[in-house]
Write a protein that binds this ligand. Structure first.
Ligand SMILES: Cc1cc2nc3c(=O)[nH]c(=O)nc-3n(C[C@H](O)[C@H](O)[C@H](O)COP(=O)(O)O)c2cc1C
Length: 159
């Protein structure tokens, strides 16, 4: 397979986009898991606190050889205007990413998502092939197919 979609999702929104993108691109889809934020309203507060403090949690990363893929597409929600800390944790482990990387994030539209995207770009070893920021509301109401198709077309363009 040419593409790998690798995502973290706490409540399923980013997972929906990851699965839809995987189907659109015929890509392998894998999840980064993080039990620390899994359940209950307290885990929401903990997620926000860790995100602001830059405290990186333990994660369960899938056993995949990233270098075997022509492109890795990373997905996560926005937390306190940053990429969610499980993705930051993954990147802090210096994963062996291929040169072609893309990013998508879902967000609650509480604030402009650009800061989270800029932050993600700084953590990555090469410039992004493409990026996509989608509002949670649009995901839940199935209003993302056009944006997703445009993103997929950018990813499929020869580079
Ligand atoms: C701890 C925390 C902080 C958040 N901070 C922001 C934020 O700064 N800006 C924003 O637009 N949405 C924020 N959100 C909303 C999420 O980005 C949004 O609900 C996202 O789509 C959830 O994705 P998921 O279902 O894949 O976990 C935050 C959510 C959590 C849990």
């Amino acid at each position: 397979m040419r593409h790998l979609v690798l995502f973290y999702s706490r409540t399923g929104t980013t997972a929906r986009i990851a699965e839809a993108l995987g189907a659109e691109l015929d890509a392998r889809v894998e999840e980064i898991k993080c039990p620390r934020y899994q359940s209950g309203w307290f885990s929401y507060l903990r997620a926000g606190y860790d995100s602001v403090k830059g405290r990186l949690p333990e994660i369960d990363s899938p056993q995949v050889s990233l270098k075997d893929y022509g492109m890795v597409i990373l997905g996560a929600p926005v937390w306190t205007s940053y990429p969610a800390v499980p993705l930051r944790s993954f990147l802090a482990h210096n994963p062996d990413l291929p040169p072609r990387i893309a990013v998508f994030m879902t967000h609650g539209a509480h604030s402009p998502p650009d800061k989270a995207l800029e932050f993600a770009e700084k953590l990555l070893p090469s410039p992004l092939v493409a990026s996509l920021m989608i509002r949670q509301d649009d995901v839940l109401k199935d209003r993302y197919s056009e944006a997703l198709a445009a993103f997929a077309a950018q990813l499929n363009a020869p580079g």
